[in-house]
Design a protein around this ligand. Structure first.
Ligand code: ADP
Ligand code: MG
Length: 390
């Protein structure tokens, strides 16, 4: 579906749902991490990139204090009463927007009512951050309709707070920051402690290809919380020797290695992964501009191996997918994306071989698992903002 077709579809559905045409259009992209699994809540670095799959909201101002929402991706209509923002158990997806409204109101912003129709091309729950895209898109609508302006980093922080406190999903800042601050045409080396990022250019000879395993993802939430706790235990242990540290980000590999043998074995493995993965982000930021394919390949495979063996966020579907990826033409390297436990993987492919690569990955993965994967090229799109059709 091209942009015109998408706009026509949404306009038509909007008119049917709300009885008039939309007067405001916003978008927010999903994102993929090219390096830096689970480093964000350890205050470290992530190589992140927006994708050109995104979430649109078409909206129209309402004279009352209601925000009425529908989505073309999922059933249900939900109206938020801005004078009494509560959870909606029956339409749980609306809680992402409710959370954003609640947090903005708590921060003192005056919100106004609107009708909103959501449409996304980001697959849900597979590591490309459809939830953050929904939060950032709705934060843009609230600003436009309410007539106030948020700094994009603040907007990301408010979105994270909404997801953590209102929706009740503990996440780092990576998803919202990427969606709010992403730049067209380049990746970002994000520093999750200081919330600053640098643009990183990737050679046009390389194409980012997402390989969605489409396998059932179980236990992501509880496993994610376990990993966070194990990292925190590691920090508390290492603080005995290095009282100045407050996160794994502060620990060098040498400092860690000096005491790794004294730590509980499981915690040591988790910490080693994060400390090494963090360094890989810095190394990748140097390798990308040089288009140093040998180094990029080494970093990606070490990241995947560490995720599987040390951090243990792998899954049989990911094993099947990485094997398909590595045995397909044009591959430079591949690794996990998002939190792991299935979902999407990300690969770097020689740009002139993407078609052959995609076909072969599809075939090999389906032969092995019986599941038809979703394979698609992507590129970095602009961060969240207004859609201009001019
Ligand atoms: P991810 O962010 O990795 O895609 P999450 O589980 O964090 O996965 O968020 C997915 C949830 O976000 C969906 O189950 C749904 O509740 C909500 N969501 C995201 N995009 C939309 C959309 N376009 N319409 C309605 N709900 C959405
Ligand atoms: Mg999410």
């Amino acid at each position: 579906m091209n942009i015109d077709e998408r706009k026509t579809l949404i306009s038509k559905q909007f008119q049917q749902a709300f009885g008039a045409l939309p007067e405001l259009w916003v978008r927010a992209p999903g994102r993929v991490d090219l390096m830096g699994s689970h480093t964000d809540y350890n205050m470290g670095y992530v190589m992140t990139m927006t994708v050109n799959q995104d979430t649109w909201i078409a909206a129209r101002h309402r004279p009352d204090r209601q925000v009425c929402l529908r989505s073309l991706n999922i059933d249900g209509q939900s109206c938020i009463d801005l004078d009494n923002i509560s959870h909606d158990k029956d339409v749980p997806w609306s809680n992402y927007v409710r959370g954003v409204a609640k947090v903005l109101q708590e921060k003192g912003y005056a919100l106004q009512g609107f009708d909103g129709l959501i449409h996304s091309t980001i697959p849900f729950g597979s590591g490309l951050s459809s939830s953050a895209a929904l939060e950032m898109a709705s934060a843009i609508v609230f600003q436009q309709v309410g007539g106030f302006r948020l700094d994009p980093v603040q907007m990301a922080l408010h979105g994270q707070e909404a997801e953590n406190k209102f929706v009740g999903v503990s996440t780092g800042i990576l998803d919202q920051y990427s969606s709010a601050m992403g730049k067209e045409g380049c990746a970002l080396k994000l520093d999750c402690r200081y919330l600053v990022s640098e643009n990183v250019q990737i050679s046009s000879e390389l194409q980012v290809v997402i390989c969605d395993t489409r396998a059932e993802r179980n236990l992501v939430g509880s496993e994610y919380d376990d990993r966070r706790k194990q990292c925190e235990r590691g920090v508390r242990f290492l603080q005995q020797f290095y009282p100045e540290i407050s996160a794994l980000r502060d620990v060098s590999l040498d400092q860690f290695s000096a005491h790794a043998g004294e730590m509980p074995e499981l915690v040591a493995r988790r910490c080693r992964f994060i400390i090494e993965e963090n360094q890989r982000v810095l190394d990748l930021a140097e390798a990308f501009p040089r288009n140093d394919l040998a180094t990029i390949e080494k970093l990606f495979s070490a990241s995947y191996a560490g995720a599987r063996d040390l951090f243990e966020i792998g899954a049989p579907s990911m094993e099947a997918m990485i094997s398909a990826i590595l045995n397909s033409p044009g591959i430079v390297s591949g690794r996990q994306a998002g939190a792991g436990f299935g979902g999407c993987m990300v690969s770097l492919v020689k740009a002139d071989q993407v078609e052959a690569f995609s076909q072969q990955v599809h075939k090999l993965y389906q032969e092995k698992t019986g599941i038809a994967p979703r394979i698609f090229s992507t590129s970095a799109s602009a961060g969240a903002g207004l859609l201009n059709f001019g």
